[in-house]
Design a protein around this ligand. Structure first.
Ligand code: DX5
Ligand code: ZN
Length: 225
């Protein structure tokens, strides 16, 4: 994917699971599906896991990014690789052997991403920069959809973008939490190229229009960068 292009990844945490196939069809103009795995331990909420990912893969051809918010990712990432996740995002805060995990993901032919929470410093990424495809910057404290965007995230994304470029790396920067058409431009301008959007897509009746609106706002931000 060119780094001038914005990708929109709806988080299906916000969808109506009783209508899964229809909900997935409603977001077919998106670039990826964001799949939030929560264990009720690393984050104070429980969501879904492998059986739902298998169901998603049966009905959607979009790439799936599995955002793994669990305390023991090392024991679990294999499950999501086997279930067909196209990229796997693990939290810097959740494990001790991040390098080994990144390579189990990459050796399985999937893209590897590392997420950092709002309270984590961008410098913590320095040792893994050469190894990762993507960095996910949390713009809310993980655990729930529908939270308010933390405004200092934009500055953090700009600093992260400079931090990567100064070191000669160009990972895809993704932002997750409280993303709407109102902050998409500033995030893209700061260097974000993939935006996760849960409630701001699924609360609208017309999902392709909601996706197009966020994408257009972000594309505007890229043009003004
Ligand atoms: C939060 C999750 C997010 C969330 C985004 O822990 O990682 O992906 O579903 O939802 P919105 O866009 O509603 O904040
Ligand atoms: Zn997420």
């Amino acid at each position: 994917m060119s780094h001038d292009t914005i990708a929109i990844a709806p988080s299906i945490l916000a969808c109506d699971f009783s209508q899964l196939a229809r909900e997935l069809d409603s977001i077919r103009t998106a670039d990826a599906i964001h799949f939030d795995v929560m264990d009720g331990h690393f984050v104070p909420n429980l969501s879904f896991g492998v059986p739902l990912l298998q169901a998603v893969k049966r009905v959607s051809s979009l790439p799936v990014d599995a955002h793994i918010m669990v305390s023991n990712p090392e024991e679990q990432i294999g499950w999501y690789i086997d279930a067909g996740a196209d990229s796997i995002t693990i939290h810097m805060e959740a494990q001790t052997h991040i390098h080994r995990m990144i390579y189990s993901i990459k050796n399985a032919g999937r893209k590897a991403a590392v997420a950092i929470n709002p309270g984590s410093a961008i410098e913590s990424l320095s040792a893994v920069l050469p190894d990762i495809d993507m960095i996910l910057v949390m713009s809310v404290n993980p655990g729930f959809g529908g939270q308010s965007f933390i405004p200092t995230t934009t500055q953090k994304v700009a600093a992260l973008s400079a931090f990567c470029h100064e070191r000669g790396y160009d990972p895809l920067i993704e932002v997750d939490g409280g993303v709407t058409e109102n902050n998409a431009a500033e995030l893209a301008r700061a260097g974000a190229r993939m935006l996760v959007a849960g409630s701001s897509v699924f609360k609208h009746e017309d999902r392709s229009r909601a996706i197009a609106t966020i994408r257009a706002a972000a594309q505007d931000g890229v043009a003004r960068a």
